[in-house]
Ligand binder design. Structure first.
Ligand SMILES: [Zn+2]
Ligand SMILES: [Zn+2]
Length: 257
């Protein structure tokens, strides 16, 4: 059977070659731990019958054996080992050339693997960048929504402020009107009292009104009370006046008789 067609196996454990591999002093490829076990136990090499020291093995770095599903690289390694064994006898120049081209092929495979790994790494990086971009886009959208909301709120606040200002203007205007009405009442009341020669009362009334200048409702009630009181006094005085007039007329009549 063609050795390139089936996966190469470890001469010690008979399992397919993969992972951490070494070449023995007799140029066979083993799992590193398998050759180490043989060397430590003092057993003979199952391929050449000699004793091998663990330190005499050759690390097979630089050729990718990492992927167990890549039989090409492992098979090449076996080929290299076989050709190098053959080099010892017969046609050493041809064997050397063959081993060299096989090494070059192995190096190419390693590079291919390396390129594959880098591509994979690049894809992962791209996926990360894409995810980051999406995250940023979401953040931007959130920020935009927040800004819109803030703008709306600012506009609401500004409208409320305007409404408050208008209400304040209306309130001031109403207060001014009330003040005008109150002043009219004050003036007429004061005038009434002056007309009745009640200067002291008129002055007191004015003083009270001035002291309550910031309570228009109280002033209005006060003015109304005062007007009522004035009317009542006036009526009483007229009644008294009528009685005196009658008495005076009666006295005059008596005197005349
Ligand atoms: Zn093994
Ligand atoms: Zn051996």
């Amino acid at each position: 059977a063609d050795p390139l067609e089936k996966p190469p196996i470890c001469p010690a454990c008979r399992a397919p070659l993969c992972g951490d591999l070494v070449a023995s002093a007799c140029n066979r490829v083993y799992h590193r731990k398998c050759l180490a076990e043989i060397a430590e136990s003092g057993s003979e090499c199952p391929q050449c019958g000699e004793l091998h020291a663990a330190s005499s093995s050759l690390d097979l770095f630089g050729i990718s054996f990492g992927d167990a599903l890549d039989p090409g690289a492992a098979a090449l390694a076996v080929k290299i080992a076989q050709v190098e064994t053959e080099e010892g006898g017969g046609d050493s120049e041809a064997g050397g050339t063959k081993a060299e081209s096989l090494r070059a092929a192995a190096a190419l495979l390693a590079m291919k693997n390396n390129v594959g790994e880098r591509k994979h790494h690049l894809q992962e990086q791209r996926a990360l960048i894409q995810a980051e971009r999406e995250r940023c886009a979401k953040q931007d959208a959130k920020l935009e929504a927040a800004q819109k909301l803030r703008a709306t709120r600012d506009s609401d606040v500004s409208q409320t402020h305007k409404a408050n200002q208008q209400a304040e203007i209306q309130r001031k205007s109403l207060l001014a009107k009330l003040d005008a009405v109150r002043q009219q009442a004050d003036v007429s009341e004061y005038w009434e009292k002056l007309k009745q020669d009640r200067e002291t009362e008129a002055k007191q009334h004015l003083l009270i009104l001035v002291n309550m200048a910031h309570s228009p409702a109280v002033i209005t009630a006060e003015v109304s009370n005062f007007q009522q009181h004035t009317r009542e006094s006036l009526q009483r005085m007229r009644k008294d006046g009528g009685i005196y007039t009658q008495r005076l007329q009666a006295a005059r009549r008596q005197k005349a008789e």
